[in-house]
Design a protein around this ligand. Structure first.
Ligand code: GLC
Ligand code: GLC
Length: 808
């Protein structure tokens, strides 16, 4: 069952009823000011850091779900309702929520009133605009009131929901005309405040939550709305809020428009005050003026649209399958940008307080955004590299405000170093900009280094940390955070993520071996580029040895082993009672070229198909683990079918898609792609539950009672990897060091498709024809009518180029 539809023209998902199977959200802002907004106006806003600079309050895991947000109420003759449905929840005569790229519009009708509310963050400013239009559809004149409401957060999100003995005393506000200023802690150490304004004269306001709601009322029945009148309260401690009331008179057919603005201001220390006790409002007033008319707001909105159109224009396709088009052209790329911006910080599943920027996460996220924002990606790579240790290991996370490594979680995840090589290689393949290798970025210790030194340290970290089978030591964990082979945890509540009580652990990871073989050849090319022939030769040797080790010790009969545990026993083998097969090494060992000569790759992929494939995607392992296993750790702590214990973990499905394209099986690659791509699951929204326009981290696996139900939408490496799989390997438009390779691997019944790709300054119009209905193989490539040798486009001197590709 569907709850809406894709409007492909406008690049929007249109939700047609407010009670979606889960709140379906969107993100506002892509620079410093961010908001999360649900389809009924729920959510919150923050500046840069969702943990330390939370501007409005939201209560996670609340009852009912999704309470707290940007709320508006319309009042008429003793009755009131919420035009976004929440929080008052009277039935609306019509309702529609359009989530677009960086904006959300909620439209509804009730009692012959039409309301349209548009929410977005204008480019370049730290503010959220709420443009609200109310139209009288009746044939007589009416008097109404509009009430606004949001709750301020006292900036530190965790402290805000725990430290009440202090916080109930600190809240302070100022009201000046139509603007409410939230200035808690500004008097002493903070140099920033938040304001909430409307561009018209107000009839009243409230800034104290209790005065607005009533102590025992919910958001659905504020006492101010019951009374029909603001109480002009000033918050002294307790919970500061912002609420305006406006009196409106509308003739028959008349429409009025209001612009609300939530802004964030920082002042220099010597500029904090206008006079004693009164905050300096100069910057705030400037910002309000900047967006105080509909013409100004429309212009800012047009600029936002433009910005997104431009971002998405570097890759788009024309294909008979509209689901594929909407994933590739719009939603997958959009999600890539959101994950790039927010890492794993704030979603409806990530509370915004627990995680910094993950080393492995971010290095993977940028695989999906290097083609859109190469400059920013370059900076991120430098930030990440700066948290690396001299021996190549890395802080697992860093805090975005300070850019310092996070000591609480530390290092020791032995896959981390290699992701940096993936990221730098992807950046150079996209841009051709080798200068990044010579950018100076010291190690965390302060020791001077250039980026290439970091890559060398990464590569050597694997070489220097091999176990008894010459396979890479896993350390704390590899990509699978829950496969904790070096932590034997028996204490309830102990974090699997940080405990490592087997420091001398010889546990080894076949997955890291596969990653090493996958990214090693890129490292060698880069070493040669840096004229480090000796190092390149040494690396060649290391790769050959790793290949031998995997062939010798990394294979089970029909697939690749996952690991060796603390006792050097096999993990992910037929010999095991549970978890005989894991997905990760199957993808990476084949990407790393193992088993291609002797048919083992095909055999492995057949096993994957037989053991892990379900109607809802490929499970991470099989059979699920039914009992807690001390030697495996967190993976066995999840009930069967959930998360790392046998869910469809959408992040690693694309590794298998890519492996399938390597052996030339386009049909299977695309089958796996379309099983988890959200647009293909739209029809089963009642089962899938999370947004049908973005990937979720996981879909419950076949052993779960809720098989097919997705969780943890938006902030997941799934977005980047699926984009890599579809764009580079299935559609086959693949950046390489030498240029843009054209190498599709598709289902045989596709007759062809078109791709527009901007690459290194040239716009390629690529038409791929599959007259012979093959899976893979390119017979001929014409560039502006002239046949070229090979499959790689290498000339970037022209602005626009037409490419005709004949498969066969
Ligand atoms: C989560 C983490 C990611 C990890 C994955 C598998 O998505 O963010 O770092 O690789 O789980 O455990
Ligand atoms: C848990 C999750 C895993 C995630 C990790 C990060 O282990 O299962 O997916 O990567 O937490 O904190």
């Amino acid at each position: 069952m569907k709850y809406g539809y894709f409007d492909d023209q406008r690049k929007e998902y249109v939700i047609e009823r407010p009670d979606t199977p889960y709140p379906w959200i969107n993100y506002l802002g892509s620079e410093e000011f961010f908001g999360l907004i649900s389809n009924t106006g729920g959510g919150y806003s923050f500046y840069k850091d969702a943990s330390k600079r939370r501007l409005t309050r939201y209560r996670y895991n609340n009852v009912p779900t999704d309470s707290g947000g940007r709320y508006y109420y319309i009042y008429e003759n003793g009755n009131y309702f919420s035009p976004a449905w929440a929080p008052q929840k009277s039935e609306l005569d019509s309702y529609q929520c359009r989530h677009g790229l960086g904006y959300t519009v909620i439209e509804s009708e009730k009692n012959n009133l039409k309301t349209e509310m548009k929410f977005f963050v204008p480019k370049g400013d730290n503010a959220e605009l709420h443009q609200i239009k109310i139209k009288n559809l009746a044939d007589s004149r009416r008097k109404l009131k509009l009430f606004s409401f949001l709750e301020f957060c006292l900036y530190d999100a965790e402290d805000d929901m725990t430290n009440f003995q202090r916080n109930f005393n600190t809240g302070e506000v100022e009201v000046d005309g139509s603007t409410i200023y939230h200035k808690t802690e500004y008097r002493e150490r903070r140099n920033h405040y938040t304001f909430y304004n409307v561009n018209q004269e107000i009839a009243g306001f409230d800034t104290d939550r209790e005065s607005f709601l009533g102590l025992y009322n919910s958001f659905a029945e504020p006492q101010v709305l019951e009374a029909g009148k603001s109480s002009n309260s000033i918050a002294h401690g307790w919970s500061p809020i912002g609420s305006h009331s406006l009196e409106i008179e509308l003739e028959a057919g008349e429409e009025e428009e209001f612009i609300f603005q939530l802004g964030y201001i920082e002042n220099d220390n010597d500029q904090k005050w206008e006079k004693p006790g009164v905050i300096n409002k100069e910057k705030a007033k400037k910002l309000m003026t900047k967006y105080n008319s509909s013409a100004k707001v429309e212009k800012a909105f047009a600029e936002l649209k433009n910005h997104w159109d431009k971002l998405l224009s570097s890759f788009s396709i024309e294909h008979p399958d509209s689901k594929l088009e909407r994933m590739v052209n719009t939603w997958n790329q959009y999600q890539n940008m959101v994950t790039y911006n927010l890492a794993r910080s704030a979603s409806y599943f990530e509370s915004g307080i627990s995680r910094g920027i993950g080393f492995r996460d971010s290095n993977q996220d940028l695989l999906g955004s290097a083609h859109m924002i190469p400059e920013r990606v370059k900076q991120r790579i430098k930030d990440l590299a700066a948290t690396q240790f001299e021996d190549g290991s890395a802080y697992h996370q860093y805090q975005p405000l300070t850019k310092k490594g996070n000591d609480k979680i530390g290092s020791g995840f032995n896959d981390d170093p290699l992701w940096l090589i993936f990221a730098v290689a992807a950046y150079i393949k996209e841009t051709g900009d080798y200068s990044i290798l010579k950018e100076e970025v010291p190690f965390n210790s302060g020791k001077e280094a250039v980026i290439f030194d970091h890559l060398e340290a990464s590569f050597m970290h694997v070489v220097n940390n091999l176990g008894p089978h010459n396979l890479p030591l896993i350390g704390h964990a590899d990509w699978n955070d829950c496969l904790n082979l070096s932590a034997f945890s028996e204490k309830p509540g102990e974090s699997f993520q940080t405990v490592s009580n087997k420091d001398d652990s010889p546990a080894e990871s076949v997955m890291i071996a596969g990653m090493f073989l996958t990214t090693g050849p890129d490292f060698i090319q880069l070493a040669k580029k840096m004229n480090k022939e000796k190092l390149a030769a040494k690396a060649e040797e290391a790769l050959a040895e790793m290949k031998e080790a995997v062939n010798k010790y990394g294979r089970d009969d029909d697939w690749f082993l996952r690991a060796y545990d603390y006792y050097s026993d096999k993990v992910g083998s037929k010999e095991n009672e549970y978890a005989e097969i894991f997905i990760e090494p199957q993808g990476f060992c084949i990407m790393g070229g193992i088993g291609l000569e002797d048919g083992f790759a095909e055999k492995t992929l057949a096993s994957v198909n037989q053991r892990l494939n379900t109607d809802h995607g490929l499970m991470i392992l099989d059979p699920t683990i039914k009992k807690y296993q001390l030697n495996l750790g967190e993976v066995s702590s999840y009930p069967p079918g959930y998360k790392e214990n046998g869910a469809v973990f959408c992040h690693n499905n694309p590794w298998i898609m890519i492996a399938e394209t390597i052996v030339g099986n386009g049909k299977r690659a695309f089958e796996y792609y379309s099983k988890i791509a959200p647009a293909y699951r739209e029809e089963i929204s009642e089962l899938h539950r999370t947004e049908p326009y973005v990937y979720s981290q996981m879909i419950a696996g076949k052993d779960a009672a809720t098989f097919g139900e997705a969780k943890n939408s938006w902030l997941t490496g799934t977005a980047a990897w699926n984009f890599v799989a579809i764009s580079q390997w299935i559609l086959g438009i693949r950046p390489e060091f030498e240029g843009l390779k054209i190498d599709p691997c598709i289902p045989t019944d596709w007759d062809g498709f078109k791709v527009q790709r901007k690459f290194r300054g040239t716009e390629f119009e690529i038409e791929i024809r599959n007259f012979d209905n093959v899976n893979k193989g390119v017979k001929k490539i014409l560039v502006d009518g002239k046949e070229i040798k090979g499959q790689t486009l290498k000339d970037f001197t022209k602005e626009k180029v037409k490419v005709e590709v004949e498969m066969g």
